[in-house]
Design a protein around this ligand. Structure first.
Ligand SMILES: Cc1cc2nc3c(=O)[nH]c(=O)nc-3n(C[C@H](O)[C@H](O)[C@H](O)COP(=O)(O)O)c2cc1C
Length: 361
């Protein structure tokens, strides 16, 4: 570590955050497993994804209300498994029920709330509890500055996650930027370095690097750019505790580099996913018929969308179809690295030990 500000929560210096993965991929099992890892000097934090959770259980007909209840259940289940761990919730700003979900979640026993997919200027107003760390996800130095300015008047604990273009899930970059050659505007290193400079001017807010952070060596590099730690998603998927079905995890193990690509999404931003038959069909102009009971995403136009993203992601989580979001590194998951000697997925504890020994070697 150089002179980075430290994000201390529950007495732990947070260096690895497991990023939120919807729908239900980072649920109570994964989030609590990461939060429970008690590694000397290595604070780890787990993030629950707060999107579409009611679709994974029976929460009645009212979608928004059901989602709030489902999120409460997920928080409670995570806290039960990890009474002292650092746990947070991600609520995408693009959600129609964003204020409701944030206010609901922030009354619970959580340590941070992080929002991306939009401009969450209103987050500090929605979260009354001053102990909850507020996080924003940015993908450019300019956006980092906008958020720092917007939150400057709030004397709160804050963090910034810089999500680069290799990150799984929805991206803050345009399709051209995702497909094009890396440049200053899209290199994680330059965005992190620039954001760290901006964050210094606004109270030295800790900055976390995300998107393509796969090994301990990547973590070491991120710290050398001034990051206080990293956020990782892809590498946590093929683990025993990850809440998705084994089919989801196997999709990572089976994916080749060329299978991972950019898709258009009803969220309004492109995303990075494993291009399977479902997505190939959509790319070829096929529609997957659906009825929309509740418009969960502000930018979604159900009548124009070729599929319901929530339903496809739920099917993927349950191993019954759909498609899997994945970072560009997902092809690096292999049987050798992700399965133990019994052929089971490795535990989060084993994974974190590996990452730390990579960092130290
Ligand atoms: C399967 C999957 C689902 C994701 N879902 C979300 C989400 O719902 N909300 C969000 O803010 N980020 C989401 N992300 C991004 C992660 O939180 C994290 O920032 C990202 O995975 C980091 O990059 P990496 O995949 O290269 O490790 C998702 C990532 C993956 C792989």
């Amino acid at each position: 570590m150089n002179n980075q500000p430290e994000l201390i929560i529950r007495g732990k210096r947070i260096r690895i955050i497991q990023g939120a993965m919807g729908v239900g991929v980072s649920g109570p099992k994964l989030t609590s497993a990461v939060a429970n890892c008690d590694l000397d000097g290595w604070g780890t934090a787990g993030t629950l994804s707060g999107i579409g959770l009611s679709l994974l259980g029976d929460y009645g007909k009212h979608y928004a209300e059901g989602n709030r209840l489902a999120l409460l259940d997920a928080i409670k289940a995570t806290r039960e498994r990890s009474p002292n761990g650092v746990i947070g919730v991600n609520v995408m700003h693009a959600l129609t029920d964003y204020p409701g979900l944030v206010e609901f979640a922030s009354k619970e026993n959580i340590d941070f709330i992080v929002s991306g997919a939009g401009v969450p200027r209103d987050l500090p107003k929605l979260v009354e509890n001053p102990e909850i760390v507020l996080g924003t996800i940015v993908s450019s130095v300019r956006f980092a500055k906008t958020m720092c300015k917007a939150w400057a008047k709030y004397d709160r604990k804050k963090m910034i996650v810089v999500e680069g273009r290799k990150a799984g899930g929805h991206s803050g970059f345009s399709e051209e930027q995702l497909r094009g050659t890396e440049c200053d505007e899209t290199s994680l290193e330059s965005i992190v370095r620039g954001t760290v400079e901006v964050a210094k001017q606004f109270g030295n807010i800790p900055v976390f690097a995300a998107g393509g952070i796969y090994t301990g060596l990547n973590l070491r590099e991120a710290e050398s750019w001034g990051a206080s730690g990293v956020q990782m998603g892809t590498r946590f998927v093929p683990t025993d505790e990850c809440d998705a079905a084994d089919e989801f995890k196997w999709a990572y193990l089976n994916a080749k580099k060329e299978d991972i690509g950019v898709i258009k999404s009803p969220v309004g931003r492109p995303g990075i996913a494993i291009i399977n038959d479902v997505l190939r069909g959509v790319i070829d102009g096929k529609k997957i018929p659906f009825t929309c009971e509740y418009q969960c995403l502000k930018p979604c136009e159900p009548s124009e969308s070729p599929y319901c993203i929530a339903k496809e992601l739920v099917a993927a989580q349950q191993g019954t179809g759909g498609f899997q979001f994945a970072g560009t590194n997902a092809y690096r998951a292999t049987e050798e690295t992700c399965l133990d000697k019994n052929g089971d997925f490795i535990t989060v504890g084993t994974l974190l030990d590996t990452i730390i020994s990579e960092y130290n070697s």
